[in-house]
Ligand binder design. Structure first.
Ligand code: SAH
Length: 394
């Protein structure tokens, strides 16, 4: 039970909540949300006053995000249960005690029934990203829940919400909420990566590409590989360690390329068959004519919202038209989109139109997505954001 204030929906707007979709759009509410403080907890009811769910308010187009479909208090017990159930799932899947991989996503927002909260686990350090002020308000309870559930396995908790809050909490600053750890060395499928969670992008590493990196590794032996949007070298390290002939990595961020070079050297200290290039991918494409056996395109989200979708699709098409030019006959293109608003059908259509422009024969070999520690709540298909295709290009 709880005694949070109630918000009523307009008649007929309860259907999606009854199907456990966790978002309430502002247009569904009977009264303006302005009167409920940003981040405050509320019970959402249908027009007749029947309870539907408990969640927190945000003054935006998604007005309430549901944390529970049973009337409960959002207290320490709630957070203990939420963290425990996410941890238990990862434990059942073999993530929590794995000698080859010690970094994984512990909490994946809506996919783990906690809209707005991401927690990545890096060999004992948890990096939290709150996407909303409603979650940020609970970060001390969430930290305590991590201490309670992980016990001795937890070394530190770092809050990296400044970037994901987008100014919603003006006083928010990144920093440790528990313990203190420097940059972390982690293992992914036996490969070593230094993760800079304090100044790196997102929580420091793109854990979501783990399975797809493994696939790149599988095809890399004896091949030349171009990894664009390489960040700290996830795909590059796998290619190198699976005996690629040459690995060229491009990223616009100088600091990412420095860390990439460090990661390549850590994994293969004497290798000289790789280079990290700090450059814009589109500019880099203009500077050379060599083709590669494998080209990887893993750009940042081109569309952050629906309004930007059209331009994003044009961007994906242009990028893939360029990328296809640099794939040797019989080679592979690994192409990705992590834009949540671009669904897999639309992404495939965009790649199809790039393929048509290239006038080459192309087969789809694999359709790729996010790994098991980034689950998709079946009632919230929007949690599926990572899409990829592996193309054989003749
Ligand atoms: N493939 C990476 C993750 C890529 S994230 C991995 O497996 O870890 C996207 C990357 O694209 C970021 O590192 C960002 O610095 C880079 N980036 C953004 N715009 C770019 C551009 N125009 N050219 C090259 N890199 C770019």
């Amino acid at each position: 039970m709880n005694d949070y204030p109630s918000l009523k929906l307009n008649s007929g707007k309860e259907k999606s909540l009854q199907r456990f979709h966790p978002w309430v759009f502002s247009g569904a509410l009977a009264k303006d949300i302005k009167h409920s403080p940003e981040g405050s907890l509320v019970n959402v009811e249908d027009n007749k006053g029947n309870y539907l769910g408990t969640g927190y308010v945000q003054h935006g187009s998604i007005a309430v995000r549901i944390l529970s479909f049973v009337k409960t208090e959002i207290n320490q017990d709630f957070w203990n249960n939420a963290v425990q159930s996410s941890w238990d799932m990862r434990q059942r899947l073999g993530f929590t005690d794995n000698t080859l991989t010690n970094c994984f996503r512990l909490m994946h927002g809506e996919g783990d029934y906690i809209p707005g909260l991401v927690i990545d686990y890096y060999a004992g350090t948890c990096v939290i990203q709150c996407h909303t002020s409603g979650i940020y308000a609970h970060r001390d309870l969430i930290t305590q829940a991590l201490i309670n559930v992980l016990g001795k396995q937890l070394k530190a908790v770092f809050d990296k919400s400044f970037e994901t809050l987008h100014g919603a909490v003006p006083e928010a600053a990144n920093g440790f909420l528990y313990g203190q750890q420097e940059d972390k060395m982690v293992l992914e499928n036996g490969h070593q990566f230094k993760v800079d969670f304090t100044t790196g992008q997102k929580t420091g590493f793109f854990i979501d590409q783990r399975d797809n990196r493994q696939l790149v590794g599988q095809y890399s032996k004896g091949k030349t590989v171009l990894n664009t949007f390489a960040y700290t070298g996830g795909f590059s390290v796998y290619a190198l360690m699976h005996q690629a002939l040459q690995v060229d990595s491009v990223d616009v961020s100088k600091s990412a390329i420095e860390l990439l070079n460090e990661n390549m050297a850590t994994n293969s200290p004497n290798a000289t068959n790789h280079q990290g290039i700090a450059a814009d991918t589109f500019n880099y494409f203009k500077t050379f004519e060599t083709q590669y056996d494998i080209v990887i395109l893993d750009p940042p989200a081109f569309a952050k919202n629906r309004g930007a979708k059209h331009n994003a699709l044009m961007g994906y098409k242009r990028l893939n038209m360029e990328g296809l030019k640099y794939v040797k006959k019989g080679g592979l293109l690994f192409t990705f989109s992590c834009s949540q608003v671009v669904d897999s059908f639309t992404f495939n259509q965009t790649i199809l139109s790039a393929a048509i422009e290239s006038k080459r024969s192309i087969k789809i070999l694999h359709r790729l997505t996010q790994p098991a520690d980034h689950p998709v709540n079946i009632y919230h298909p929007e949690s599926e954001y990572l899409k990829g295709l592996v193309l054989m290009v003749e």
